[in-house]
Design a protein around this ligand. Structure first.
Ligand code: DAT
Ligand code: MG
Length: 140
């Protein structure tokens, strides 16, 4: 497996509770390098565009409001097999189903307020990185 990049968001439930550092420690302990990072506050429309793939799902409106409810930290993570590795570090969508030691098991509040986002495939990682970062901001 080659070196990959993936896209991460530290979500509003986590930034509100000052968990950015604790989450970054888990990312770095897993061997992933944070090659770009910034704190932004999305509008509901920007969150809606980011999560457009979920627009038919019943929780879509709630999800967009939540993602725009406070600042988030958007990141690009780089490393061996980074996309799958970060999904492992994150844990399952529902914290009740997440493995011990994962970010979501330790920090997530619910299925919706689940502390982090991570890309699920190379194509979505590339799209998501391009949505939030200019090439000049990626300093691998
Ligand atoms: P993941 O974030 O693990 O990739 P997903 O892509 O299926 O999960 O869903 C995107 C986000 O939508 C998820 O992180 C939280 C929210 N979500 C998913 N299922 C939900 C549900 N049943 N109720 C409320 N929010 C949900
Ligand atoms: Mg997803």
């Amino acid at each position: 497996m080659a070196i990959q990049r993936t896209f991460s968001i530290i979500k509003p439930d986590a930034t509100r509770r000052n968990l950015t550092g604790a989450i970054n420690a888990k990312i770095e302990a897993a061997g992933l390098r944070i090659v770009a990072q910034k704190r932004i506050h999305m509008t509901p429309a920007q969150a809606g565009q980011f999560y457009a793939v979920h627009k038919e799902r019943p929780f879509y409106g709630e999800l967009c409001e939540f993602m725009a409810s406070a600042p988030v930290v958007v990141q690009v993570l780089e490393g061996e097999n980074a996309i799958a590795k970060y999904r492992e570090v994150m844990g399952a969508t529902d914290p009740a189903a997440a493995d011990a030691g994962t970010i979501r098991k330790e920090f997530a509040l619910s299925k919706g307020e689940n502390s982090v986002h991570g890309s699920d495939a190379p194509e979505t990682a590339a799209e998501e990185i391009a949505y939030f970062f200019a090439g000049i901001e990626l300093v691998g």
